[in-house]
Design a protein. Structure first.
Length: 254
């Protein structure tokens, strides 16, 4: 792995059915900072790639080296330890609906407290102070006692982002974080992810469909088609010809 890489993926294959790979030998290096957007048509393997990184989906073959450790080879205990440092933002938010915003944020610290203290919801004061700080950063100051099921989609995604940051991540993954949101809220969420990545000095990898949003906020775009990478470079260099290679067809570009 290059010394400039925080994450190095080599020969990554995922087949949900034997002989039908969704990922076909992905090689990818992610540097220590910046926001990388993965784009591509539905079914091309974008979400599978994101979820293989933290092994929410188990790879079929290949290696995923993060901070010098191959995540694919880790046992359950060491994988839990590694996941503490990999924040994840989900398309459908994955909040505990009956819990308050504050309680959902503190779920980001579950990997750092004992099971007993987690059961009784006993968290260090430093964690509580950090949660209040993050609520202010994501624009939800004063929402700490609101139940998650009473929030709008954009507010829920802000809670999901803050929960991921509560882990003190050294890598932040986001799986289609704007797909359920309106255009204005989508811009706000992407700006928040970009700002947090910069302020935390961690790489952010976002799987998304919106090419315009990717161009606006990403420092690097990775285009996928048929389980492989067909474009990897600057948003400024992403041409219509390359977009046709990513998505296929002609008419949708007009």
């Amino acid at each position: 792995m290059s010394t400039a890489s925080a994450l190095a993926i080599r020969g990554l294959v995922k087949a949900y059915q034997p002989g039908k790979p969704v990922l076909r030998g992905i090689d990818l290096d992610i540097g220590p900072g910046g926001l990388s957007a993965i784009i591509g048509a539905s079914g091309t393997g974008k979400s599978t790639l994101i979820r293989c990184i933290n092994r929410l989906v188990e790879p079929t073959a290949g290696s995923i080296v993060f901070e010098g450790r191959d995540l694919v080879q880790l046992d359950r205990r060491r994988l839990r330890e590694a996941r503490r440092t990999i924040g994840m933002v989900f398309q459908e938010y994955n909040l505990v609906e009956r819990l308050s915003v504050m309680e959902n944020l503190l779920c980001g610290r579950l990997g750092y407290v004992s099971a007993w203290n987690a059961w009784w919801r006993r968290y260090p004061q430093a964690d509580i102070d950090r949660a209040f700080e993050l609520l202010d950063i994501v624009g939800l100051s004063g929402f700490e006692h609101r139940r998650a099921d009473g929030l709008s989609g954009g507010q829920r995604q802000r809670v999901g982002i803050a929960r991921a940051v509560m882990q003190n991540p050294r890598l932040l993954l986001a799986d289609e974080p704007t797909s359920s949101l309106d255009p204005r809220t989508s811009v706000d969420i992407m700006q928040l992810l970009a700002n947090l990545g910069q302020s935390l000095s961690v790489p952010v990898i976002v799987n998304m469909h919106d090419v315009d949003l990717a161009r606006r906020f990403a420092s690097r775009i990775i285009g996928m088609a048929d389980g492989g990478i067909v474009y990897d470079g600057s948003p400024n260099d992403l041409s219509d010809e390359q977009l046709r290679a990513v998505y296929g067809g002609e008419g949708w570009l007009s």
